[in-house]
Design a protein around this ligand. Structure first.
Ligand SMILES: [Fe+2]
Ligand SMILES: [Fe+2]
Length: 252
């Protein structure tokens, strides 16, 4: 449950900000950028999933994937509502978001079409989990309208990552389901480095500023390290190899 007062960063103890007008300029600009990137990932993942909503291997998979698609659209909608509070500039950002296609998104992970079903599962298990970390970092955001959206979004993301993890488990252990250990490992090797890249540069001025302003709870390195530990445990529980933390990485 988020509090009414800021808990973190240099504005700690004052009332949370409720409108863009109250925000210092540096804060306003950074928040707009962050909302834009968040919205972009949500709408992008919808584009990535749609083909597989058609080609799901079972009716149950089709149902859950359809729920995931609906959730991601809702997350995108939530972020665009927040952006629209920023007036004309926010509106223009929303138009730009809606026009973007695969290949035009900000983060690399969202410009890649899924090669096979294992790829869908590894993506939801590992890339959606990065989303979960990012949302948890916004949990006590000093901008109250964003903080208030987090509990529901977090719950929905938990369903997504659970679907990915359980799906990979089925690929590995259920002979009646598609794929096998090798195809699961291949998908993990592909997506885990990309997921780790999504935390951004270790020395990111914007991420440090976001922590200073109380927008986020943790910086990029803290989140990536904690995430990698969790990813390692997940891989071990599936009897899969965990790629090294810097293997195949592009953003360090
Ligand atoms: Fe989402
Ligand atoms: Fe998700």
């Amino acid at each position: 449950m988020s509090t009414r007062h800021i808990k973190q960063g240099k504005f700690a103890k004052i009332r949370k900000f409720e409108t863009p007008e109250e925000l210092p300029e540096k804060y306003r600009n950074l928040l707009k950028k962050m909302l834009f990137v968040q919205a972009d990932t949500e709408f992008a993942s919808v584009q990535q999933h749609l083909e597989w909503q058609q080609n799901s291997p079972s009716p149950e998979d089709k149902w859950v994937l359809s729920r995931i698609v609906a959730d991601e659209v809702r997350h995108g909608l939530t972020m665009t509502r927040l952006l629209k509070q920023f007036g004309k500039e926010g509106e223009q950002m929303v138009q730009k978001l809606l026009a973007r296609k695969i290949g035009e998104h900000t983060l690399d992970s969202f410009n890649i079409e899924f090669e096979n079903w294992e790829s869908v599962l590894a993506f939801t298990c590992f890339v959606d989990r990065v989303g979960l970390y990012q949302l948890e970092a916004f949990g006590e955001c000093s901008y109250a309208p964003l903080a208030r959206e987090m509990p529901l979004m977090l719950n929905e993301e938990k369903l997504h990552i659970g679907f990915g993890y359980n799906g990979l488990k089925k690929v590995i252990s259920d002979d009646g389901y598609l794929g096998d250990m090798d195809s699961a490992q291949k998908a993990v090797n592909f997506w885990l480095p990309r997921a780790l890249d999504m935390f951004g540069h270790s020395k990111s001025e914007n991420a440090d500023l976001a922590v200073e302003l109380g927008i986020k709870k943790w910086n990029n390195i803290e989140m990536r390290d904690r995430y990698y530990q969790e990813a390692t445990q997940l891989c071990e529980s599936l009897d899969l190899q965990t790629p090294d933390i810097d293997e195949g990485r592009r953003i360090l």
